[in-house]
Design a protein around this ligand. Structure first.
Ligand code: PMP
Length: 401
């Protein structure tokens, strides 16, 4: 038998699939509806370069500090890959925990001012795991309406009663916590709202939870590396790092330029999640290369506290040139309204070499489709001014401003 024959015979038999889908026929009609509403995403935009690629200026990533392509971070990922292999090979509970995972957890906990940390394989899974491990049927969750989808999905999966309050409405949180019948209650919020980069009133949220015997989860996905002393986040900025009944979640997929999610809290919380968080227990551990990259990025951030400051200066400059209000984080949100117009404006930017985010329902409320620019610390002033010119022209082409 020739090698070719072996390869052919090793292929799985394929169904000819020439007939029409019957049970799945509704998918085609559903796609047409999404197309008409301007919320169809396929085909996905393909990136052909690294974060700082010559083919385009990337203001759509979450690579706030430009560390995903930093030589030190890439080396950290490569070293971990070579030492530990490509995958964690099993759940963290079995043999998927390396020394690297444990070291990095403690380093990040120390940096953020918490006793302990637990790594999940994504920020999404960290939020889902933390919420579902802490509350269940018969408990109460009060969720800020700006909370990220991963917090929302955690709330849904928990089977607790969920009450949603307007963004930042700490008085409503107080009222709901005070009037509750459930003994156990949890409040969940983003620190920096991911859609428009505005800040949640964390100190007020915390006071409400403490006064009414509830726990608080704050998602610092967009706060780490961006806000607080040396980029330690908004919770640290509010002086609440390590506070009792407070749990912070964050990600390695934004400022740390890598991948992975983290829950920070007490040792008791960490231990509880190891035993109870299903998205930790039944998931393969985070790939060593991702941990190595994140660890190297944390070292870069610790060694250079000016990085968040540079990021702020860049965000302020770009917002000013785009006629947007002074940003509180690295996210600049330019509302267009109509989803088709937002897509057209983003496409025009892309044709001119500038990648911007285009957020449409269900990521944002109907009628508030927008361009979302995420600034990076490693962009120079001339590049930012060039970006602003292109973005403004694209918005004007759609009759915006
Ligand atoms: N929380 C927030 C606020 C986010 O913006 C994101 C990612 N966009 C996540 C959690 C999920 O993190 P990951 O991408 O690491 O799953």
């Amino acid at each position: 038998m020739s090698v070719d024959e072996v390869i052919v015979s090793a292929e799985a038999p394929r169904h000819s699939n020439t007939g029409e889908d019957r049970a799945l026929a509704w998918l085609t009609a559903d796609a047409a509806i999404r197309e008409e509403r301007g919320v169809h995403r396929d085909p996905l935009i393909r990136r052909t370069t690294g974060s700082v690629g010559a083919a385009g200026i990337n203001l759509a990533s979450n690579d706030y500090l430009g560390l995903s392509t930093d030589a030190r971070v890439v080396a950290g990922a490569r070293d971990a890959l070579e030492r530990w292999g490509a995958g964690a090979t099993a759940s963290r509970l079995v043999v998927g925990t390396t020394e690297l995972h444990i070291d990095f957890e403690q380093q990040l906990a120390d940096f953020m001012g918490f006793p302990a940390a637990l790594l999940f394989s994504s920020g999404y899974l960290a939020n889902v795991g933390a919420i579902t491990a802490l509350v269940g049927r018969g408990d109460l969750i009060v969720s800020d309406s700006g909370a990220h989808a991963s917090l929302i999905d955690g709330c849904r999966l928990s089977r607790a009663r969920v009450v949603v309050v307007d963004r930042g409405d700490h008085e409503a949180i107080r009222t709901i916590l005070r009037d509750r019948t459930e003994e156990r209650a949890l409040v969940v919020t983003d620190a920096v709202y991911s859609i428009d980069g505005r800040l949640a009133p964390i100190a007020e949220f915390y006071a409400a939870t403490r006064d009414h015997g509830a726990a608080l989860i704050v998602d610092e996905a967009h706060g780490l590396g961006v806000r607080g002393p040396g980029g330690r986040g908004l919770v640290a900025e509010a002086g609440l790092a390590g506070a009792p009944d407070l749990i912070v979640t964050t990600v390695c997929s934004k400022s740390l330029g890598s991948q992975g999610g983290v829950v920070l809290g007490s040792h008791v919380v960490r231990s509880h999640l190891i035993d109870r968080a299903r998205s930790f227990i039944f998931d393969t551990g985070l790939a060593p290369a991702a941990v190595g990259g994140a660890r190297a990025a944390l070292a870069v951030l610790q060694g250079d506290p000016t990085l968040p400051r540079r990021l702020h200066a860049n965000a302020a400059r770009l917002a000013d040139r785009c006629g947007a209000p002074e940003p509180e984080s690295a996210v600049i949100s330019l509302v267009v309204g109509d989803p088709h117009a937002a897509v057209a404006a983003a496409a025009r930017c892309r044709q001119q070499g500038v990648l911007v985010g285009c957020f449409r329902p269900p990521s944002v409320p109907i009628g508030t489709s927008r361009l979302r620019l995420t600034v990076r610390a490693d962009l120079d002033p001339a590049t930012l001014d060039h970006v602003a010119e292109i973005v403004c022209a694209a918005l004007e082409s759609q009759g915006v401003r």
